[in-house]
Write a protein that binds this ligand. Sequence first.
Ligand SMILES: NC(=O)c1ccc[n+]([C@@H]2O[C@H](COP(=O)([O-])OP(=O)(O)OC[C@H]3O[C@@H](n4cnc5c(N)ncnc54)[C@H](O)[C@@H]3O)[C@@H](O)[C@H]2O)c1
Ligand SMILES: [Zn+2]
Length: 347
Amino acid sequence: MNQTLPVYIEISQNAEESIASFLASKKYSSVFVLLDENTKTHCYPLVKKSLKEAICIEIKSGEQYKNLDTCQFIWSKLTRHTTDRKALLINLGGGVIGDMGGFCAATYKRGIDFINIPTTLLSQVDASIGGKLGIDFQGLKNHIGLFQLPNKVIIDSRFLHTLPHKQLLSGFAEMLKHGLIADGTHFKDLINLRIDVQSITPHLLTSIQLKNRIVLSDPTESNNRKLLNWGHTLGHAIETFCLTNNTPILHGEAVAAGIIMESYLSEKILGLSHQECRQIEEAIDSFYQRVSLPKGHLNKIAEYVLQDKKNEGNSTQAVLLQSIGKAQHSIPLTMQQVKEAILYYIK
Ligand SMILES: NC(=O)c1ccc[n+]([C@@H]2O[C@H](COP(=O)([O-])OP(=O)(O)OC[C@H]3O[C@@H](n4cnc5c(N)ncnc54)[C@H](O)[C@@H]3O)[C@@H](O)[C@H]2O)c1
Ligand SMILES: [Zn+2]
């Protein structure tokens, strides 16, 4: 792909050096690092030499802590150190740390600088690109937040070596998504890979470029950025159903299921060829186990689709594929079509 990255995104072979040169180019009054117990153990050692003066703020890992209580904890820490507006917050972690740390930085004293050092595959190819910041509120995902780009994103694939395999697979689903909606060659390159860091690393740049290109064309998601919700209309419903059913699954696992269901709908509604539909389904099945969804809960799962926050009025709007690499957004779905797609997946 003949496209470079914007200056704020850096693919780095050595995050420690990248941080050092970023800090040398600025004059921050103080530097904070937001991390969790996992990134403190596995990721901080790779960058700590360039952060000798920095103050660490440690929070607990997990989506359940992406909330206002944790923000209060972070803002309190900043306040206790009499942090002024010339301070920097470095978010060292996955999408939870990036989204929440960015939100805290963007709102503390009306905004201090922040940089993201994404350490999961999902956050390297997706969450850290595009400036969506936020937290969950009253059980609603990403309900409170804002759009603001970080001052820098440093992507170093060496962090991925300590990531559990399931997490790697979860992020890989978003890479497949990028290929399916915007670059068929990327999709075809990915489906022949083994899921390990060494195989995936050469393909990070293309995924990041694809996401960045879509975000740039529509920063606040009024149009083209909606394409990034491919696989997510039904995927989110599956994710919520599994969570409330006490069988939580990872986001990317739900998106993979959503991709199969939405490919089925793409064939029915938008004329995706049967051959490409089968190719997508076979690729997903080669990487992911089918999520177990009891037929008896069909109505409940379909209702979650209706509750999707991307809906407009009472109608469910989805992204569907015309062909691999070419997608269209804002396609209305009926309840009947949604149920059919779920049944198709369950078989
Ligand atoms: N802003 C956006 O555009 C956007 C896009 C997609 C997802 N998101 C958000 O991202 C979040 C999900 O992000 P995620 O999948 O990165 O999950 P996560 O941030 O919860 O991280 C997953 C787990 O991996 C651990 N971890 C992180 N890096 C590690 C490493 N290098 N080695 C070992 N363990 C490590 C974390 O501590 C955590 O337990 C969700 O909150 C979602 O809403 C945001
Ligand atoms: Zn996603």
